[in-house]
Design a protein around this ligand. Sequence first.
Ligand code: ATP
Ligand code: MG
Length: 137
Amino acid sequence: VERTLSILKPDATGRNLTGAINTLIEKAGLRIVAQKRVVWTKAQAQKFYAEHKGRPFFDELCSFMTSGPIVVQVLQGKDAIATYRKLMGATNPDEAKRGTIRKRFAESKGRNSVHGSDSVASATREIALNFKSAEIV
Ligand code: ATP
Ligand code: MG
């Protein structure tokens, strides 16, 4: 069993897609073991996305991620990291496969509806940044 950090981004919450995306997550066999709806400060976004600092899209990414409510979640299941990355689809919705969250819902490369951790190390770091262990049940 593995855990991954998921974020439903502001474009998804803005279009009232929390339930629709959560249904796809649960249908894929993943269990939502922690979940909260929050608005990040700029500092929280910059810290979360520190690995992208210096990239051309960094400022746009941090502005977008603080532009409205996000739903931060911990997903648990067998191979949760890879299972969720597959369900999300490619970063660019034009390249995402049919049936993926981004193919269905993403508006662009930036407004792409969801985030999922890309490795065990990232998942550990990203979960710790967003939840206390007692909040994960
Ligand atoms: P995520 O990290 O959200 O799971 P990812 O791993 O597929 O997506 P990364 O390359 O890690 O994509 O980029 C992180 C996020 O930065 C993307 O999800 C997207 O929101 C944003 N991003 C990446 N590339 C671009 C771009 N060229 N223009 C605008 N935003 C971008
Ligand atoms: Mg990434």
